[in-house]
Design a protein around this ligand. Sequence first.
Ligand SMILES: [Zn+2]
Length: 321
Amino acid sequence: MRKRDTHNLSKSKVIEQIPLACSDELAAVEFFEFQRWGNTPCCVKCGSVDVYAMKDSKTGERSKRFLWRCRDCKEQYTVRIGTVYEESRLPLRHWAYAFWRACTSKKGVSALEIQRHCQISYKSALFLMNRIRFAMAPDLPTAPKLQGFVECDETYVGGKPRFKGHNKRGMGTSKVPVFAAVERDGQIRRHVVADVTGKTLKAAIKNVVDPRSHIFTDENAAYKGIGDHFMGGHLTVTHSRKEYARGPIHTNTAESSFALVKRGIIGTYHNVSKEYLHRYLWQFDFVWNTRKLNDGERTIEAIKAAEGKRLMYQSAVNPHA
Ligand SMILES: [Zn+2]
């Protein structure tokens, strides 16, 4: 009980610290340092805890680049090393603000808003948001498979561009097929699929759902036969007969999850081209999967996930396109 109280205290502290971290650079640096190391800062090169924050010899304040130095390996480093913000020169207070907004806006936050609020270039804002979305991406090889009652469904996201010539390659002009698998009262995985054929959709299900699960879909013939691969079998509702639920058998959760994505894509991002849609799905999935956390906890989750992803970013392509 006592432990829980301390935990709650630290949660509320996070929410108190964020506004300052979004406006003051030292506060931002210390915020990211605390989220990464707690009260025991350590060397990112050798792991030693015999480290110190370098000071400016004249002012006695922290060095201009907020450097740390390790007494064991003699290396200098900053809290940015090994994270998605390592290669960025943007002040960390802008990163704090963007993480906060991305984690607290149900419909997402656009690079345009970040550009306006942080007074940075559009290019910088886009860089920042793309990396934050990547931090939110699931680590698929290690992510646990979905279990229990799992609703599977597909939809098309996107539509007509707002004006012609929006995209030279004609991308963003067509609707993009998206697949979703969602545990009843649990986690979701949505991703872009090449098409909505049985082969593709069934492979998508087998990829993310544990074989002991029960699969719920609508009557779409593409899903026919999927029950052979799952111990819980395959149960369907027939929408064309205006049957939307038979007891627990329905796909309402998957459908409402698509509605949220569509509102976000249209309302916040004013459409997204096919080649980038997967990044936005990472963000929407992350917010869905952390819906039981408060805003401060969710922001911390995203910041923690940003660690160790620097090297993966460059090679990150849409694994499902
Ligand atoms: Zn070291």
